[in-house]
Design a protein around this ligand. Structure first.
Ligand code: AMP
Length: 489
């Protein structure tokens, strides 16, 4: 077994398990064999027998460990008996993003090739009509994102009272995206007697609370500590100055990358994805983009172009790329250092999958120093710098851009895939103007802002802008480099 996840208590080598020993039906075994799998991954070896026995499962595993088959194979086994009724699906899988939902659907098509199953996908951004028709016909498997599922249920188009197995996948990402209240509501709509298979890469307190409320005496299965990074991935740090220099650093790294086939490039902010994407195209790279504000069709087209090799670079946000199973990604570039160290582990896990080697290159500016420390703590070892490109080689930090507070942008801005409610504030807005100082160091009296002065001059009458008091220096013409030219450099 050479897939990314290693079980903490996996069977010792020499005593390897086979799929046949897990208790799966002949039809399923044939489909697994046709997929080219020779032996179960640790999460499959542990979870499948437990799920087949009807027990609840609490699986702590990240993507890349084979966890999708760990829940789809026992579900198929259960679905071999019985039939779906109109509007009453028999099993339900909840996924945080549309892409993950579509990916699970592909898995059902692959492993369920010898079964005649109706699989319905309920995701946002796709017309209600087709989805409704499938549900009305009767779905054996319903794969859904929480928002669209609740929409259907509230319109009376779907009854969840026939659910026999509920799968909650990527629970920690659901938490990041603000879906936990929706999950709680859904758990109350499905029968108490259903079986629950629950998967999360990490177990923050809110997730523990959720499992205590909705799982019945689950068997806990943990593969590879959530915070570790797959050993097959070569990790490198490259120092850079910010702004246009950083884009140049990225281009150099892409051009110099050994064994390069394709790469996922991560940015922290959607705005930067657009800038970087445009810049890469301008420099002749074949690149696509993927983020939560793109409509469903555009996201699918982008992803498909990357999967088929039509483009070999895709610039992504965390939410859009989380859990995507794109085989054979040779490189991951962190254009921005993630502010949450767990995101680092998830990002680099897009490469080095299924035992294939991968390289993760992270571009670091002086301002990222603290985050790198946190990431190294999380992965448990220092990450090496590319020769001649560490932060000391850059010289003093005074060349860095002004401090820009990095609140949890990526997550907050992409929450529930809605457009951001307000524009991110610019650096200047977040900083208080410095206290004016007299030459001798004493604090000078802060002068009233221009508008207030103008109002007092106008004797309380409303004044537009600066009234007649525009300072003359503001009327002098200045030459500025075009912002667009600067940004897409
Ligand atoms: P997942 O963690 O479910 O996203 O799976 C990660 C990748 O591992 C997918 O490309 C699967 O097709 C592949 N995979 C799943 N189970 C096995 C297995 N037993 N042997 C080899 N590859 C597998």
């Amino acid at each position: 077994m050479d897939i990314a996840g290693r079980s903490q208590d996996a069977a010792p080598s020499g005593n390897k398990m086979t799929f046949r020993e897990l208790g799966l039906s002949e039809k399923i075994l044939q489909a697994v064999e046709a997929s080219g799998y020779t032996e179960p991954t640790p999460i499959q070896a542990k979870a499948i027998p437990v799920a087949l026995a009807g027990r609840d499962v609490l699986g702590i595993a990240q993507t890349g460990t084979g966890k999708t088959a760990a829940f789809t194979l026992p579900m198929l086994s259960r679905l071999e008996q019985g039939r779906a009724r109109a509007r009453m699906p028999r099993t339900l899988i909840l996924e945080p993003t549309r892409e993950l939902a579509a990916q699970v659907e592909e898995n059902f098509a692959r492993y369920g090739r010898n079964h005649k199953l109706n699989v319905a996908l309920l995701i946002g951004g796709v017309s209600f009509g087709d989805q409704e028709a499938k549900i009305t016909r009767g779905a054996d498997v319903l794969i859904a994102t929480p928002g669209r599922l609740l929409d259907f249920s509230e319109r009376g188009k779907l009854l969840l009272t026939g659910i026999e197995i509920l799968v909650i996948d990527e629970a920690d990402r659901m938490l990041d995206m603000g879906f936990i209240p929706d999950i709680e509501r859904i758990c109350k709509l499905v029968p108490f007697t259903r079986q629950t298979l629950f998967f999360s890469a990490t177990m923050p307190q809110e997730i523990v609370r959720l499992t205590e409320a909705f799982l019945h005496n689950p068997v806990r299965i943990e593969v590879a500590p959530a915070a570790s990074s797959p050993a097959e991935i070569t990790q490198v740090l490259v120092a850079s100055r910010p702004g246009a220099d950083k884009r140049e650093t990225l281009r150099k790294q892409i051009r110099a990358a050994a064994n390069f086939k394709n790469a996922i490039i991560f940015c922290n902010r959607k705005r930067d994805i657009a800038i970087l994407h445009k810049s890469l195209l301008r420099h002749g790279f074949r690149a696509g983009a993927l983020h939560g504000d793109m409509d469903q069709r555009a996201r699918m087209v982008s992803l498909e172009a990357f999967k088929t090799g039509e483009v070999d670079l895709i610039v992504c946000s965390d939410v859009a790329a989380r859990g995507l199973d794109i085989p054979n990604v040779s490189h991951v570039f962190n254009f921005d250092v993630p502010t949450h160290s767990e995101d680092y582990v998830h990002r680099i896990g897009r490469t080095g999958r299924a035992g294939k080697p991968g390289t993760a290159i992270t571009i670091v500016t002086q301002l990222d120093r603290r985050h790198i420390g946190d990431i190294e703590k999380m992965v448990g070892s220092p990450i090496g710098w590319r020769a001649g490109a560490n932060l000391e080689d850059l010289g003093s930090p005074e060349h860095e851009e002004v401090f820009r507070p990095q609140a949890p942008q990526g997550r907050r801005l992409e929450r529930r895939n809605r457009p951001e409610p307000h524009k991110p504030r610019d650096a200047g807005e977040n900083r208080r103007p410095p206290e004016p100082q007299k030459p001798n160091g004493e604090k000078a009296e802060r002068r009233a802002p221009a508008l207030h002065r103008a109002q007092s001059v106008a004797g309380g009458r409303p004044v537009v802008g600066m009234g007649e008091h525009t300072p003359s220096f503001m009327l002098r013409p200045v030459k500025l480099k075009s912002k667009v030219a600067e940004e897409a450099d």
